[in-house]
Design a protein around this ligand. Structure first.
Ligand SMILES: [Zn+2]
Length: 434
């Protein structure tokens, strides 16, 4: 199988400090790689929202894995089947690893529509019910490199009963077994990697059972589902992730990838804590959400001792009186509002605010992105209040660049054993002088 070329090489695994490594041998040619911890490129139907392929290519550190979701794609099944050459070619994507997930993390979907045999996804035309047969027919039409197995992920809400959580674990394992049966007989899916889904809500024993059972199956990666922002506080999320990752294989030869992908978490503070608990990959939807609310990421992740580089980004904790709205309660992880994802966080500023009307600084001093090199906050404010489409384009360029640079800084910090310093910087605490 072509997939056997793939390999996760861990250069550093520190208990409670995360895993650092590289996924090698990816893509059709085996030439692509992805550093972990890292995040995937979030797209709608293969397109990064607001950006053309040309604009996207001006960004330097882009991930080599592109995420698409069945909720966007399911309604185009017939066209894809007629097209025959798979989604990558259909969407004009070039050298990228295509990962097909079930749901779009940036668009929470209604619950209450799963049965023993089906799960539902919502496209622009409404609900589409998927059986394993339909789910696998879609994968054969999409022809991804990796895909998430079908799973019952409706147990993320607090107060979900133990019985319902147990049922979701059972159903997800049954779906995985059925998917694998079809997969192994399918020529079209030869060399394609399956990610098993770990469910279990907020019940530790179900999480552990789900992880143990999923790890027994021939899967190449693990999606940690039902732990998304807004569903629980980070202390509980960390506890559950740590219990799950303990049950997953490190890098057994029979599991060429063995990567752990955490779904629905993108906030920098939650990313840092989840990496420490053993997560390798994240869905890269956070910059898109920030852009959609007219905001720009400005949090500081620079821990370089080089004075010229230090302070490239402004401090996340802003001066009193300035940007007070950004230092609000949203950073407290106790907030269990399920709509939390749409709320502004302390890592961003709201460019629609009047205070930026006459602010002629770039979004982030020293940022090398096209937006920061050419435009000021005042111009972005003007574009936003007049509803110009360019506002979304420029914000998306900066937010994507800033977010991916944060992951790069995170890997550097793991390599140099300076994660605690990075955490203090990102969370806005000042470094102690001693
Ligand atoms: Zn920028």
């Amino acid at each position: 199988m072509a997939g056997c070329r793939m390999k996760l090489e861990l250069s550093r695994v520190a208990l409670g400090k995360g895993r650092l490594g590289v996924l090698k041998g990816l893509g059709k040619t085996g030439q692509l790689s992805l550093e972990v911890p890292g995040c995937l490129l979030h797209t709608h139907l293969g397109t990064v929202p607001h950006l053309t392929q040309d604009t996207l290519s001006t960004l330097s550190t882009l991930p080599s894995v592109t995420q698409i979701t069945l909720s966007n794609i399911a309604e185009h099944q017939e066209v894809l089947e007629e097209f025959k050459d798979g989604f990558r070619k259909f969407a004009g994507l070039h050298d990228t690893v295509l990962y097909c997930a079930l749901h779009d993390p940036a668009t929470p979907c209604p619950t209450g529509h799963t049965t023993n045999k089906t799960v539902s996804v919502w496209g622009s035309g409404g609900r589409i019910e998927l059986t394993v047969a339909k789910f696998m027919a879609l994968q054969k039409a999409v022809k991804p490199d990796w895909y998430q197995s079908m799973a019952d992920g409706e147990t993320w809400q607090i107060n979900t009963s133990h019985k319902r959580v147990r049922k979701s674990v059972d159903r997800s394992l049954a779906h995985l077994d059925e998917c694998l049966l079809v997969h192994q007989k399918s020529q079209e899916l030869e060399g394609v990697e399956v990610f098993g889904v770990v469910e279990g809500g907020d019940i530790l024993e179900e999480r552990v059972r789900s992880a143990k059972e999923t790890a027994k199956r021939p899967v190449s990666g693990f999606c940690l589902d039902g732990l998304q922002t807004g569903s629980m506080d980070q202390a509980l999320r960390t506890q559950l992730i740590s219990a799950v990752t303990k049950e997953l294989p490190e890098d057994k030869p029979s599991f060429p990838l063995s990567v752990r992908l955490l779904q629905g978490v993108g906030r920098p503070d939650e990313v840092l804590a989840s990496v420490e608990a053993g997560v390798d990959l994240f869905e890269g939807f956070f910059p898109f959400q920030v852009t959609e609310r007219g905001c720009a990421l400005i949090f500081n992740f620079n821990i370089s001792s080089n004075p010229e580089l230090a302070g490239r980004a402004p401090p996340a904790v802003l001066e009193p009186g300035e940007d007070q709205e950004t230092a609000g309660d949203s950073q407290h992880n106790g907030d269990l509002n399920p709509d939390d994802q749409t709320q502004m966080t302390s890592f961003e500023i709201n460019l629609k605010d009047k205070r930026y009307q006459g602010d002629f600084r770039p979004l982030v001093e020293g940022c090398g992105c096209y937006c920061c090199r050419n435009h000021q906050r005042a111009y972005l404010h003007h574009l936003l209040v007049t509803n110009e489409l360019l506002a979304g384009v420029l914000l998306m360029i900066h937010n994507t660049a800033h977010y991916h640079a944060f992951f790069s800084a995170l890997r550097d910090a793991l390599a140099e054993d300076t994660l605690d310093l990075l955490k203090r910087r990102v969370l806005g605490q000042t470094e102690r002088k001693d």
